[in-house]
Write a protein that binds this ligand. Structure first.
Ligand code: AMP
Length: 594
């Protein structure tokens, strides 16, 4: 069986295509989002998902998160005396998703379509393929996340030809892509974005607003207070997605401090963030040669698109409402699931061809006459070229009696090579040519799997050099891969008992660490009691304890989050439920020139 997987930085999801539709696969807790967090417990068992996320606080040294950011790099994560690569950790997440899918579907899952950001470079793509292989999955294809999102929305449309703008706004990054769907061809035309703009920035602004309102400096607060304030700010931000206003309250040095928040205030604190969102959109449009009017459908993806102010920003910018397919967290997984259906040749689904583009410029570093120590970038394949692509540029030598020319190969957009990613070097002998005498062609061929072949030939055709540039991951031999899979087999994905109970225990242990005194003792006693009923597997007692623990932990979490919440605040009239005030937004946005 084949499934689609959105292997995300924060959360991962799996999706299967059956009975004519994409169906998200629930995890052991019944939800669709599995946090991309991995933890190793005392017995060497691997915990993945919500349980592992709790352990980020209680057992940070044995737990890793956000490893997708380091895919394809040399960074490793130490967990219990072993260093894990990001692809090994991702493999654990994939193994968990595979296991959940097999349980849900009642059959073996052997293949997967995995989505990756469109800007993922060679190394990152190869690392993702390696993660799939370690997890025992044959990766049928890597699909670009915006293509998957566009595919999911194109399935809802009867139009033959549409242009999509996929606005994927997560916790820490914004990816904007223009995707064309023509008949059955889905093609990414341009990708752009901001690697340092996401929901976290909105949290930060709310926290800063709180501090400013009370003449405090956020950076001057003790780190633990800062962490609590950031958590409360994120919570307040989420509340503004549901209701018109909320408040942020915290006890600082024994003093109750609070501010009222609404979407009007949020916009006021974040105007420059909206400007940056706009810049990313304009950049993608410019690269694609489109204007706002050429875009037929705006698809929202990523958790931060749940903010009403984001939908409103897009509506004002494009003059039409953006669409949301299910939840913005799920649209990429849905697309990957649909593509899995296409690969499985499901008869109920029309065939679609997804084309890829080269997300970065590829080029060679050339001699800089003004600064000999610093190479400058000469592009050979421009970013956003449709794959496969081959391009040739010609070069000559700069020194008399030069015996060879060496070409450093770079990936990136910077004029200065030192700011781009060096993929390697290739050299060619040119005899003892005088300066400017040799003529050498350099041909770059970049294929659909992200493999770059560089071919260098002198004009007489007597000298030739050819080299394949791939990532280290892709260079693993079959034998090395087999050994790695064998070695990682000893790390079993935990499947002891009910995942709900494991989550409760992990949550309790995290809360225990955050409390002190008698509260801490209360939690310890409850945990001991729960472990005792789990040990004898007393079903009825387990059921009763689950409810009691959930209630107790809920109270303590509230207490920890709100820090001595003042009841009066909760009863204030301004906390009435309701949706945001669109009229205000109209005024605010209309004042802005887009
Ligand atoms: P992602 O990386 O796509 O999982 O997005 C995570 C980001 O989405 C975080 O910054 C969250 O705070 C934000 N987010 C999740 N749910 C909501 C919500 N209901 N309202 C506003 N922001 C949200």
């Amino acid at each position: 069986m084949i499934i689609g997987i959105d292997l995300g930085t924060t959360n991962s999801l799996a999706c299967v295509y059956r009975n004519g539709k994409a169906e998200l696969i629930p995890n052991g807790l019944g939800g669709y989002l599995t946090p991309s967090v991995v933890s190793l417990d005392e017995s060497g068992e691997v915990l993945v998902g919500a349980v592992a996320r709790e352990r980020l606080v209680s057992n940070p040294a044995d737990t890793a998160a956000s490893f997708k950011r380091f895919m394809g790099s040399k960074k490793t994560f130490p967990l219990r005396q072993r260093e894990f690569t990001p692809q090994e950790l991702s493999a654990f997440v994939l193994r968990q998703l595979k296991q959940d899918a097999e349980r849900y579907l009642g059959g073996e899952v052997t293949e997967a379509v995995i989505s990756v950001p469109a800007y993922f470079n060679n190394n990152q793509r190869a690392a993702t393929l390696e993660a799939g292989r370690i997890a025992g999955l044959h990766v049928e294809r890597l699909v670009n996340e915006p293509s998957a999102a566009a595919l999911a929305s194109s399935m809802l449309s009867d139009e033959d030809e549409q242009s999509y703008l996929v606005f994927d706004f997560g916790g820490g990054t914004l990816d904007v892509s223009v995707v064309d769907c023509f008949q059955n061809i889905i093609e990414i035309v341009a990708v752009s974005g901001d690697n340092h703009l996401g929901g976290n920035d909105f949290d930060e602004r709310i926290a800063a607003f709180f501090c400013k309102s009370h003449q405090m400096d956020l950076d001057a607060l003790p780190p633990q207070k800062q962490a609590v304030l950031r958590r409360l700010s994120e919570k307040a931000k989420r509340e503004l997605s549901e209701k018109e206003s909320t408040f942020l309250h915290m006890n600082i040095d024994g003093e109750d401090k609070a501010v009222i928040l609404n979407n009007e205030i949020l916009i006021g604190c974040c105007t420059d963030l909206f400007d940056r969102m706009e810049r990313a959109v304009v950049h993608a449009l410019r690269d694609s040669g489109c204007t706002v009017d050429d875009i037929d459908v705006i698809v929202m993806a990523g958790g931060s698109c749940k903010m009403p102010v984001v939908a409103y920003f897009l509506e004002k910018l494009f003059g039409k409402k953006p669409v949301m397919i299910g939840s913005p967290d799920e649209v990429v997984a849905q697309g990957a699931g649909i593509y899995a259906g296409i690969k499985a040749r499901d008869e109920e689904i029309r065939d679609v061809l997804l084309t890829d583009i080269c997300p970065f410029t590829l080029g060679v570093g050339s001699y800089n006459p003004n600064d000999r120590g610093r190479n400058i970038m000469t592009p050979v394949i421009e970013r956003n070229s449709v794959l496969p692509v081959a391009k040739t540029e010609y070069f000559t030598n700069v020194h008399d009696k030069q015996k060879e020319i060496e070409f450093p190969i770079y990936q990136g957009e910077s004029f200065d090579c030192s700011e781009n990613l060096c993929l390697g070097r290739i050299a060619i002998a040119i005899g003892q040519a005088m300066a400017g005498e040799a003529r050498v062609s350099v041909t770059f061929s970049y294929d659909i799997n992200g493999i770059l072949v560089v071919d260098v030939v002198d004009d007489k055709g007597t000298n030739r050099a050819q080299q394949v540039f791939m990532s280290e991951g892709a260079n693993l031999t079959e034998e090395e891969m087999r050994q790695k899979i064998e070695e990682l087999k000893k790390y079993r994905i935990s499947s002891n008992g009910d995942e709900r109970d494991r989550l409760l225990l992990a949550r309790g242990k995290r809360i225990y660490q955050e409390l002190i005194g008698s509260d801490r003792e209360n939690v310890a006693a409850a945990l001991r009691e729960f472990e005792a009923v789990l040990a004898v597997n007393n079903r009825r007692a387990i059921h009763v304890m689950r409810q009691r623990l959930a209630e107790l932990f809920g109270v303590y979490e509230e207490f920890l989050n709100e820090e001595f919440l003042n009841e009066e605040f909760l009863n204030e009239e301004f906390l009435n439920e309701g949706f945001m005030d669109k009229e205000f937004l109209d005024k605010e946005f209309l004042d802005k020139e887009f």
